[in-house]
Ligand binder design. Structure first.
Ligand code: AMP
Length: 434
């Protein structure tokens, strides 16, 4: 069993004191797995979301090394560099360093765009133990000669997927080329995709890999269903669903998930063309454009929001009663996050997933991840029986040489959508009821 008490860790006394003052006694799963290996100077690849305690997972080992530091800081020198995609996250991370390093003599600095660079330049002149920065502004200041990165001992890329989604890949590559070869590298990402894997291969050296999966909590108040359709039928089906939703339930909001940024833009345009007010949010849009779209959505003036997974993270809007997975999620964990956007607070909601022939494997991954089969809704004119049957056959084939725990989903009787209840322990019961 992994020891989870902070007291058992070889962390310096001032850090232990700060943790006690904060009331943290036990490590979260990501901390219990990451901190011991980071204290041994290993590189780390961690798949974890905000809310898992990931910030302390990297901040405490960084602080521990600073506690053993003997040399005074040189002018413009930076010892630890934390890169984040947004200003908001940078502020939060810097605050965490200040909190956990409260009883240490350390300097923590913050560099991000959107504000005057002059105070940042003055701060950099004195040197920093920890610099938390967004990539663009950091590079600007570096190119103007305001800081040295030659002494960086540790690089942390926080929310790397979001950084890539926001187009920071070139900046990240430029920054890593400037850094000294001998350093520790940590990469945190909520999702893994081929782009992240490529980045990982060039930056991390023999990393320890950790994956903290969110608890499987497919909200009980969410009625889930699968619509088997061919690709061409997705748009007409979406228009029907959304029109019905806005016509029957005034003030209710619909959130539609698209796999790509381009797809999100296109869908929003198609909805608008059909007379349904819609906006798109994704990583290519500026922070203020996204906030604007979110505000209009919350206010109900655009009752439909089309989003990519990364952009939708953290959306907490009360009146979302319909979530549509226009594209099946590539990461099965995303399914749980997506459908969790509806049925907030005491409300109930519906999560409808469109699955085409090309997406059957993705559906299978989702069903295995949530340990239940999603009921099939055949009660629409776009139902594709061929795709439904292929899904059924795939599951049968799969189950015939597996333990029998994997879900099977037979189409529900025509016209009936069965609400799925959370059933983590006995998935087969649910399969039988469908
Ligand atoms: P994060 O995922 O880093 O954004 O952290 C999520 C929240 O959990 C923050 O409010 C942290 O202050 C808090 N937190 C982190 N680690 C612990 C812990 N071991 N015990 C209690 N709370 C924690």
């Amino acid at each position: 069993m992994i020891e989870t008490s902070f007291a058992a860790l070889p962390l310096a006394e001032p850090i232990q004191r700060a943790l006690i003052e904060k009331g943290y006694l036990h490590m979260s799963p990501i901390q219990a797995q990451a901190i011991p290996v980071l204290l041994e100077n290993r590189d780390l690849l961690a798949c974890a979301q905000t809310g898992t305690g990931k910030t302390a997972a990297f901040a405490l080992p960084v602080l521990n090394r600073l506690a053993q530091k003997t040399k005074p800081l040189g002018r413009e020198e930076v010892l630890n560099l934390i890169l984040t995609p947004t200003r908001e996250l940078a502020v939060q991370v810097a605050e965490s360093f200040s909190t956990y390093g409260k009883f240490m003599k350390i300097s923590v600095g913050l560099v991000h765009g959107g504000v005057s660079p002059l105070p940042q330049i003055r701060m950099l002149q004195k040197g920093l133990d920890v610099l938390v920065a967004t990539p663009g502004r950091l590079l600007d200041l570096y190119n103007q000669g305001h800081l040295s990165l030659a002494s960086v001992q540790c690089l942390v890329l926080d929310e790397a997927d979001r950084m890539l989604d926001m187009g920071f890949i070139h900046d990240i590559r430029k920054i890593t080329k400037i850094l000294p070869f001998n350093r520790q590298n940590l990469l945190f990402s909520a999702t893994m995709n081929p782009e992240i894997t490529k980045l990982t291969a060039t930056i991390l050296r023999n990393p320890v890999e950790i994956r903290v999966t969110p608890e499987v909590t497919t909200a009980t108040k969410v009625t889930q269903s699968i619509h088997f359709v061919n690709r061409e039928s997705k748009l007409p089906l979406l228009l029907k669903l959304v029109k019905r939703q806005t016509a029957t339930r005034n003030g209710d909001l619909s959130l539609v998930f698209s796999r790509t940024k381009h797809g999100a833009n296109k869908l929003a345009a198609q909805l608008n063309k059909a007379g349904i007010q819609a906006d798109a949010i994704h990583g290519n849009k500026s922070q203020s454009a996204r906030q604007h779209a979110l505000n209009r959505f919350k206010a109900g003036s655009t009752p439909v929001l089309v989003a990519t997974d990364v952009a939708a993270r953290g959306i907490d809007v009360r009146n979302i009663t319909l979530v549509v997975n226009y594209d099946m999620p590539v990461e099965p964990e995303s399914y749980v996050h997506r459908i969790g956007r509806t049925a907030r607070a005491e409300a109930s909601g519906r999560a409808v997933s469109f699955c085409s022939n090309e997406e059957l494997d993705l559906l299978r991954s989702v069903e295995r991840f949530i340990k239940q089969s999603v009921p099939v809704d055949t009660h629409h004119e776009h139902h594709d029986e061929v795709v439904a049957e292929r899904h059924h056959q795939k599951n049968l084939g799969h189950n015939s040489h597996r333990s029998g725990n994997a879900p099977t989903s037979r189409p529900a009787p025509k016209g009936k959508v069965i609400a799925t209840k959370r059933n983590r322990k006995r998935p087969s019961m649910l399969s039988r009821s469908i």
